[in-house]
Ligand binder design. Structure first.
Ligand code: MSP
Length: 508
């Protein structure tokens, strides 16, 4: 049985879920649903990243202990993803005892192999990024992400001998060109690896920070938050059992935003090498969303909340817009105007209309009862079936390449053809002649098939609407998963479908 292990970044608990985190969740949730429905053994992980300076500071500002803050915000994250019907298999918190134990175990192992050493260090540290910067990486002396001046910090710390694995990682990437996708991000990592890499400072003295996982071989220190956080991808599987770990780790596909490319593309694989573990299969890197052309920020007051979007237009419409409007790996812009336009054109006029017209005619002409197909099968009917078969093939190809917007485009091209088929066959005219009634029944039967296949292909993307379509078609859940059911075999003549119900009322 094929397998996939899908991970999201674990979110910092110093903010609320927003468009950026929701985007990663919707992509990964769609993929998890897609692979599960096709019989793959799937493990889908998300969670919260709770240690480090940033969280300690946020807690101090909120007048809470870090523990209180992390409990509260982590619960809120989990609740938000539950409200958004995200089908994760496990939610990890880096404050979970099993995670802490595993991080310490791994640190000890790498320490014992000699790849962790103690040294004196001075460097420029950005609290926002929780990492040291080299002069070269700064822009006008400031962190390019946070636009703040890093602090000069001098102290004794533990270091991970990252540079030792630089060449080996380069060779791995050359041998596996799709290790990091899309290609542009692979090239960025390769460029990082062609510069001297240096070693990674992986501890923080407790005199400066206590909110972290204690270094098991020196109680004066806690672990650098990234060294702790990345290990969540392993500890969650270990927690589920050694067999789960063995089955899923080699199939790991991480999904991240482009701002955390270096930790995932450089730190993480070298850490895995030092721990003597196989590398993940793919690092999939997505772009950033702006809102009406601007960076999303609390101060601009333009932060998009997935929960508010659910209230406003419904989850499926939000999912559809984010997945259809963006090309994986590229930046995208969230505009109210494009949201309305896409919703009305694709969801209301194309899919919604197809459902509505088909079921309304089925009800009006046949009281909802399915009629036989035409025999022999006319060319128009053959063409419609072929269009949906083609869409299914395209969806498979595009999803494997993470081109989710192209997969959606292929499905909506097919439903558009089905709407054209209504115009071409004109059942509303034929019905006036009693002799043509069998043909009208056959046309509607083909349209029901179009709806079934469309709903099947769309259900990982629009789970809620597709569940409604299946309920209207009065088909049992097994039919949703029956991908190899040939056209014309799903509805037995005599089967009754439901009256239409509006799925996507037009937005004004
Ligand atoms: N805690 C780290 C990840 C550790 S993974 C071992 C972190 N957390 S985060 O909460 O700051 O960011 C989580 C994710 O949200 C990142 O993948 C980031 O790229 C993504 N996004 C944040 N803002 C975004 C947009 N405006 N657009 C798209 N994604 C964005 O980083």
């Amino acid at each position: 049985m094929p397998r996939i292990y899908i991970t999201t970044p674990i979110y910092y608990v110093n903010g609320d879920p927003h468009l950026g985190s929701a985007y990663t969740m919707l992509i990964t949730d769609t993929l998890a649903r897609y692979y599960r429905a096709r019989g793959w053994e799937t493990f889908y992980l998300t969670g919260t990243d709770e240690h480090g300076d940033k969280i300690a500071q946020a807690a101090a500002e909120a007048g809470m202990s870090p523990k209180e803050l992390t409990d509260r915000v982590s619960t809120a994250f989990r609740a938000a993803w539950d409200t958004c019907d995200i089908t994760y298999d496990h939610f990890i918190r880096t404050t979970d005892p099993y995670h802490i134990r595993y991080v310490q175990e791994l640190l000890t192992k790498v320490y014992e192999t000699g790849d962790i050493f103690f040294d004196r260090y001075s460097g420029l540290y950005c609290v926002g990024c929780e990492r040291f910067y080299t002069q070269k990486e700064l822009r006008d002396g400031k962190c390019p992400d946070h636009l703040t001046e890093p602090k000069l910090i001098e102290e004794e710390n533990y270091f991970f001998r990252m540079s030792k694995y630089q060449e080996r990682l380069l060779r791995h990437i050359e041998a596996h060109p799709d290790f990091i996708r899309p290609e542009g991000f692979k090239n960025e990592v390769v460029a990082m690896l062609r510069e001297p890499l240096g070693d990674l400072c992986i501890s923080r003295p407790k005199s400066r920070l206590t909110w972290g996982i204690e270094i098991p071989f020196d109680q004066r220190y806690v672990t650098y938050v990234w060294f702790d956080a990345l290990i969540n991808y392993l500890s969650a599987l270990k927690y589920k059992g050694e067999d789960v770990f063995t089955k899923f780790w080699p199939e790991a596909q991480h999904f991240i935003g482009k701002d955390i490319l270096k930790p995932h593309g450089v730190f993480w694989p070298t850490m895995l090498m030092a721990a003597g573990l196989p590398l993940y299969k793919h690092l999939n890197v997505h772009g950033f969303w702006t809102v009406e052309g601007q960076k999303m920020s609390k101060s601009l007051g333009n932060v998009i909340s997935p929960l508010a979007m659910k209230e406003k237009i419904g989850l499926d419409a939000f999912r559809y817009f984010l997945l259809r409007e963006s090309v994986f790996g590229q930046d995208a812009d969230f505009r109210e105007e494009s949201l309305t336009a896409r919703y009305n054109a694709d969801l209301a006029n194309n899919l919604g209309n197809l459902v509505n017209r088909t079921l309304a005619m089925q009800e009006r002409y046949f009281k909802g009862v399915v009629q036989p197909l035409s025999d022999p099968v006319p060319e128009l009917d053959q063409r419609l079936a072929a269009t949906f078969a083609q869409a299914a093939t395209e969806v498979e190809h595009h999803v494997a390449n993470l081109a989710l917007s192209r997969a959606l485009e292929a499905i909506f091209r097919a439903t558009d053809q089905a709407n054209k088929y209504i115009t071409e066959t004109a059942p509303f005219t034929l019905v006036k002649d009693p002799a043509s009634l069998p043909r009208v029944g056959a046309v509607l039967h083909n349209l029901l098939e179009a709806l079934r296949v469309a709903a099947q292909l769309l259900s990982p993307f629009l789970p809620d609407a597709c569940a409604k379509i299946f309920a209207l078609l009065n088909l049992p859940a097994e039919q949703i998963r029956a991908y190899d059911l040939p056209w014309g075999k799903a509805f037995v003549p005599g089967h009754a479908v439901q009256k239409p119900q509006p799925l996507f009322p037009r937005l004004v």
